[in-house]
Write a protein that binds this ligand. Structure first.
Ligand code: MRU
Length: 380
């Protein structure tokens, strides 16, 4: 079952609440813009592609609500009695969703895509009726366009994840062949870039899940990923469920497992890849890349083209989200572990320099350094 989906009625979004995992598998239904933006902020839905898929469905659900009789909906002062009014509300809602988290480009990408699809529908209606230049497509037709686009984003993500998994699996098999590595393949991963963060295969976990289905043996080391423990809570949960051999380590143990020769490659996801290949991903990713370089272990970033932002020249242009200090001071502890009021710095992401990345694996294939050349295929 999809862990992010539009309700049958089409006017709300249903998600598996990731903030409760692995202790509780609970689906929640979100029907208001406030709850939808809140779910993104609170990481009830998380992972770059998943928040994009979610935002697409959120706009589709909110658009459907604009069709309710009498409910000439309003948002931020605009009213939805005409196509223009509908569009204004949709845009205002999209902005609120986009602002919920700044780093993953997929969120803004999906919002813009749905809004554009609705706008195209609006103009199509006008063209069909050239004598009535102000004719409305009507809320129902526009809402249907939003839902169609949101579903397309989701379906495309499934296909992209499958393709990424295939390319990643080929690449790691090639590396093992070249280095003469036999036996289970050791992979270290950071944060969670599995099915929960995307759809179906996931990105960084894709080669592992696909390979396991084909009988390739993996031994995965999952960094716990302080402070929100996506590795401990989500990556181990997903891999255990899939029957993959997984070992949980603290973030500061990555060097030890690499030094002991237990890791043949590092696979991580991405929240935004700049045009030069600099890559934002969960805080701590860049430290793992530096370690991998030190030990001569290939370091791969796996992500869909929706995570590549050719408008960001380098990692310096990527906005980094800063989160609540309590995530470090007290969350997940029975009692706060740090003195009250101590200053904390809690950036949620960091940028890995392009030079440290062996390859960026997307649904379009494997791209290598220098990325300012190889990634130009993603220029519009
Ligand atoms: O803060 P999160 O849990 O949303 O961070 C997620 C990550 O950093 C993932 O690695 C990234 O979004 C890629 S998911 C395919």
């Amino acid at each position: 079952m999809d862990h992010v989906r539009l309700s049958d009625a089409g006017d709300s979004v249903i998600i598996l609440d990731q903030s409760l995992l692995p202790l509780e598998e609970k689906y929640i239904e979100l029907a208001t813009l406030e709850d939808m933006a809140g779910a993104i902020k609170k990481l009830q839905v998380r992972g770059a592609p998943a928040i994009g898929i979610f935002a697409g469905y959120a706009l589709a659900a909110l658009s459907k609500q604009q069709c309710r009789p009498k409910a000439i909906s309003s948002c931020c002062g605009a009213s939805g009695s005409s196509d223009e009014g509908f569009m204004q509300i949709l845009q205002d809602q999209g902005k609120i969703l986009k602002d919920a988290r700044p780093t993953a480009v997929n969120l803004a990408w999906a919002v813009d895509r749905v809004i554009k699809a609705v706008r195209v529908e609006m103009f199509r209606a006008r063209q069909e009726d050239p004598m009535r230049l102000n004719a409305n497509a009507g809320a129902r037709r526009l809402a249907e366009a939003a839902a169609r686009e949101a579903k397309a984003i989701h379906e495309e993500d499934k296909a992209m994840c499958k393709a990424i998994a295939g390319y990643g699996l080929e690449e790691i098999k090639r590396v093992c062949e070249e280095t003469g590595h036999n036996g289970p393949i050791g992979i270290l991963t950071h944060c969670n870039a599995g099915p929960l963060a995307t759809s179906e295969y996931g990105t960084a976990l894709g080669p592992v899940l696909l390979g396991s289905e084909q009988g390739v043996e993996f031994k995965v080391f999952a960094d716990e990923t302080r402070p929100l423990l996506q590795g401990a809570r989500l990556t181990t949960y997903e891999l255990q469920k899939a029957g993959v051999d997984v070992t949980l380590i603290c973030d500061n143990m990555a060097s030890t497992v690499m030094k002991q020769g237990l890791v043949q490659a590092v696979f991580v996801g991405c929240d935004r890849v700049a045009a030069n290949g600099d890559t934002a991903n969960k805080i701590g990713t860049s430290a793992v890349a530096i370690l991998a370089k030190h030990y001569g272990i290939p370091f791969y970033v796996l992500g869909p083209s929706s995570s590549i932002d050719m408008n960001c020249a380098t990692g310096e242009d990527i906005p980094i989200e800063e989160r609540d200090p309590e995530e470090i001071r007290s969350k997940f502890y029975e009692k706060p572990v740090a003195p009250e009021g101590v200053r904390c710095f809690n950036p949620s992401f960091d940028v890995t320099d392009a030079e440290l990345i062996t390859a960026i694996i997307t649904e379009k294939g494997v791209f290598r350094y220098p990325y300012s050349d190889s990634l130009t295929v993603f220029s519009k």
